[in-house]
Design a protein around this ligand. Sequence first.
Ligand code: SF4
Length: 437
Amino acid sequence: MDTVPKVGFVSLGCPKATSDSERILTELRAEGYLIAPNYQDADLVVVNTCGFIDAAVEESLDAIGEALAENGKVIVTGCLGANAAVVKNAHPAVLAVTGPHATEAVMAAVHMHLPKPHDPYLDLVPPQGIRLTPDHYAYLKISEGCNHRCSFCIIPSMRGDLVSRPVGEVMQEAERLAAAGVKELLVISQDTSAYGVDIKYRTGFWQGRPLKTRMTELAAALAELDVWVRLHYVYPYPHVDEVIPLMAEGKILPYLDIPFQHASPRILKAMKRPAAAENTLARIRAWREICPELVIRSTFITGFPGETEADFEQLMDFIEEAELDRVGCFTYSAVDGATANALPDHVPEEVKEERRARLMERQADISADRLEARIGQTLTVLIDEISVEGAIGRSYADAPEIDGVVVIEDAAGLVPGEFATVRIVDSGEHDLWGECV
Ligand code: SF4
C-alpha cells in the first residue's frame, strides 16, 4: 500500500471551484491515486485557487506558499492559475500552473510529476508500453516532424513541422523503460539536435526540478538513469559540441549518428541540408580531440541531381579525411513529391551506382582499419542473443540493426540483456570477435 502515490489537495474559492476540485479528485481516485489527509503523507499537492478579489489572491498565494514549504511539490490550478505569471512570480518553484476547469491539464501535470499507479487488473499494457524491440533496448522518440526542407525528402510534407515532446514526458518514459530492465536507450527523431526549437527550449519538470527541452539537457538527464544512451540523427550544428564532454566523461555513449549525405558545399546547398555551411571536418577533429573514442556513423547519397565528378571527388576526399567508423550509401532516387526532382542535370543510373560502389569500396577499408585497431582493447559488450556462432553482442560503437556486432564464441555464462567485459581478439569488415575477460 505504501507504494501507491498520494496526492494532497487544497480547495479554495467558490462552488464552481469546488466542483472543479471534485472532478479532479474523482479522476485521481479513478486512476488509483490516494488522497493524502495532510502535507506530510502527500507525494505532491494540488492547490485549487481563487482570484476573485485581492484578498482571495492573497489567500491563494499564501496557500501555495504553505504547500511548498510543507511539501515542496505543488501543482496550481483554478482562477488564479489563469494568470500564471502572478503565481510563477510569487512562487517560482511550483511544478505547473493551469487555469480553472482544467482537469485534463491538471491530470497531465500530475502524471508528469507523479506517475499513475500501475493496476494489473485494469491496465492491459505494462508500464513501459508494448515494444517491438528486445527487452534490453528501446527507442526513445523525442519529437515528430521536421523544420528542414531537404530537397530530396518528403517527410515534412507527410509529418509536418517539428513538434517536440515535453521533456518531462520523455524523461518519464525513459525512467519507466529503465525500471523495466532496458539497458540501452536509442534517442530518435528526424533531427535530434533541433529538440525543443519549436517550443523555444521551454523549461519542463522532471522529478520536481526544472529541465530545459533541449538536446544537451535531455542527454545529461538521461545519463542519470544509468543506462546506455545513444544519440541518432544529429546534425553538425555548433551546439552539438556541448554533448561531446558528456561522452568524454562516460555519461552518454561516445557515438554520433550524423547523416552528412554529402561533402560538396554546392551539392549540400542544392540538397538544402541543415548545417550545410559548417566546416564539418574541423568540427569532427575538435570532437575527437575532446573525446578520442568517439564513433561516428553516417549516410551519403551519390548521384544527386547536378553532382559532377568534381563534387564526387570532394565527397571522396571527405571520406578519406573524416575516417568515419560506419557509413551507409545510397544512390539518389527521385521520391514522388521531392523538390529535387525538378533540379536539372540528373545523373545517369550507372554513374550513380559506380560512384556509390567506389565510395563504399574506399570506406570498407577505412571501417576495417578502424575495427582492426580495436584488437587488444577491452570493451563492455551488451549481449543481444545467443546463437550457434556464440554470443552476439554490441559495444558502444554499434547501434542495433545498423552497425556491426561483437561475436563471443564461448558463450558460457552469457545472458541476453546483460553486459560482458570482452577482450577483442579479431576483426573483419563489419564485426569484431572477442573473449570474455
Ligand atoms: S532529410 Fe532533411 S527534411 Fe527530411 S527529415 Fe531529415 S532533416 Fe528533415
